[in-house]
Design a protein around this ligand. Structure first.
Ligand code: AMP
Length: 491
């Protein structure tokens, strides 16, 4: 099994139709894309090599992914927002044979690494596209590594999750079974980085010959994104929750052709989700996943977001849904026994989507893959209906006066106040209480107003004892709020 087959089949069925678009402009048909990928594949290093791709969202990423797979090599995607030193760490850790880079990133990398860096606008790259095409791979072992996925490193040094063709095929099938059913009259508009979630969604949409639309800016610009969803047919996109909020903030109505927005990768607060559904209608799908089980642990389907003429209840909207097709999900106590309904424990999962381990890191692999389960490090609980609610990671729980307080719950309540744009809650050491709850607020609501607001909503002991006002919450390059950075501000 080789993911290249998805492109091969799309080209056979829809060879003359547009496959890759830069903004509104068609660049390649499916036949041309297939040919470009096979020509590139013929020039790549032998099977088993790692090929790093470091670029803003660009059309070449699509052909490079399929070329790498055709050559039985492994894609090492690198987020373009990383610092060059962080990129270098990934390039070196993966032992990449070469790096394909956008002109901008190529310039930054070429002086700091001894590994060949080739920009996609170079003569060398054009020359590869004139090589005789490689043969279509027919006997690839499904366990062959397809994607070496470096974790975002919010919990320490970045590690390479090893994802095989089988893993990504399981992800593809689950996406088509649970979330979306594109066809050749549809489009995937790349809003989020193609080095991460948006790139992982390329296989299911290529399988159905849906257009790959890469915004010309290479970044996420809400107006550009919405314009593209007016222009291209049947649009779907994967967006981080902060991107959804930026779309809503434009005040624009739902574009004619925007059909599906999959959000996830970080918490979407109920209040923000309702605002998004009010603005764009019930087009939202939630995923909960992690690099180790890409895009696929649990999810909330479009229909789960509504109940009759109303939105679904807050317990459902605030959950991460239920197990995805082909994935077993459980919540375990510290002693490894299953938690009862409502009891919080560590979320674990298993299935064909789960990685085989971390690259060159047997210790981390042994800690993470145990008894056939992937230990996600996320804490959560199932309710009696089978919906999983994520609590904070164990290290984020605030223990004040012996009571566990989950920051997410306090943040949800704070965000319901109209004078709060963003809220980040952490614990600070305190002699009397052990820890106290501190809320970082972006917005104009005063502590008195917030106190009164919270008294109506959550238990008294969960209220922040201190409010800190800041201009913006610190976030990593994937838009995830850095709790560690918030805590550091307190020390
Ligand atoms: P990464 O491997 O960088 O994609 O990060 C995965 C982590 O993001 C998960 O382990 C969760 O902690 C968090 N995450 C992913 N999806 C969601 C979601 N739908 N809601 C809340 N947190 C999420």
């Amino acid at each position: 099994m080789n993911l290249f087959a998805l492109l091969d089949q799309a080209a056979a069925r829809h060879g003359d139709r547009g496959a890759v678009f830069s903004g509104e402009q068609q660049l390649h048909t499916w036949s041309a894309l297939r040919e470009r990928a096979l020509r590139l594949a013929a020039t790549l290093d032998g099977p088993g090599q790692r090929i790093a791709i470091a670029s803003e969202n660009r059309p070449e990423i699509v052909e490079l992914m399929f070329a790498t797979w055709a050559a039985e090599c492994t894609v090492v995607p690198i987020n373009y927002k990383l610092h060059p030193r962080e990129m270098l760490q990934i390039i070196e850790d993966s032992g990449a044979a070469r790096v394909f880079a956008s002109p901008k990133i190529g310039k930054e990398l070429v002086d700091i690494t001894g590994i060949p860096v080739e920009t996609v606008d170079s003569q060398g790259y054009s020359a590869r596209l004139t090589a005789a095409p490689a043969d279509v791979p027919t006997v690839t072992d499904p366990a062959t590594l397809a994607w070496l996925f470096y974790t975002s490193g919010t919990t320490g040094r970045s590690k390479g999750a090893m994802l095989s063709h089988r893993n990504l095929m399981a992800m593809t099938v689950a996406h088509l079974a649970d979330f979306d059913s594109p066809d050749h009259n549809c489009s995937l508009v790349h809003g989020a980085p193609m080095s991460h979630g948006s790139g992982l969604y390329i296989p299911p949409y290529v399988m159905r010959a849906a257009r790959q639309v890469i915004p010309a800016s290479g970044a996420f610009d809400p107006d550009e994104f919405l314009d593209l969803c007016e222009h291209h047919p049947g649009c779907s996109a994967f967006l981080a929750p902060t991107m959804v909020q930026r779309l809503v903030a434009t005040g624009r109505p739902k574009p004619r052709n925007l059909k599906t927005v999959v959000y996830g990768g970080g918490p979407m607060y109920v209040h923000s989700l309702k605002k998004a559904m009010e603005a764009f209608g019930p087009i939202f799908v939630q995923l909960y996943g992690q690099g180790e089980a890409p895009m696929t642990i649990t999810g909330l389907r479009r229909a789960d977001h509504v109940c009759g003429d109303d939105w679904a209840d807050d317990a459902i909207l605030g959950s991460v849904g239920y197990a995805r097709s082909g994935v077993d999900v459980a919540v375990l106590r510290e002693d490894g026994t299953p938690a009862a309904i409502g009891e919080i424990g560590e979320i674990v999962c298993r299935g064909d989507v789960v990685m085989s381990g971390y690259w060159n890191n047997p210790d981390a692999t042994a800690q993470t893959l145990q008894d056939g389960w992937l230990r996600t490090g996320d804490m959560g609980s199932f309710d009696e209906r089978g919906f999983l609610t994520l609590r904070d990671r164990s290290k984020d729980v605030v223990i004040s006066g012996g009571s566990n307080i989950y920051p997410r719950e306090v943040e949800e309540a704070l965000l319901e106040h109209p004078g709060v744009e963003e809220a980040g809650v952490v614990g600070a050491p305190d002699e009397e209480w052990g820890e106290i709850v501190v809320a970082f607020i972006v917005g104009s609501a005063t502590p008195e107003e917030l106190d009164a607001h919270l008294l109506d909503r959550i238990a008294r002991f969960k209220r922040p004892k201190r409010y800190e006002y800041i201009d913006e919450l610190p976030k990593n390059s994937y838009g995830k709020v850095l709790k560690r950075a918030l805590r550091e501000r307190l020390s």
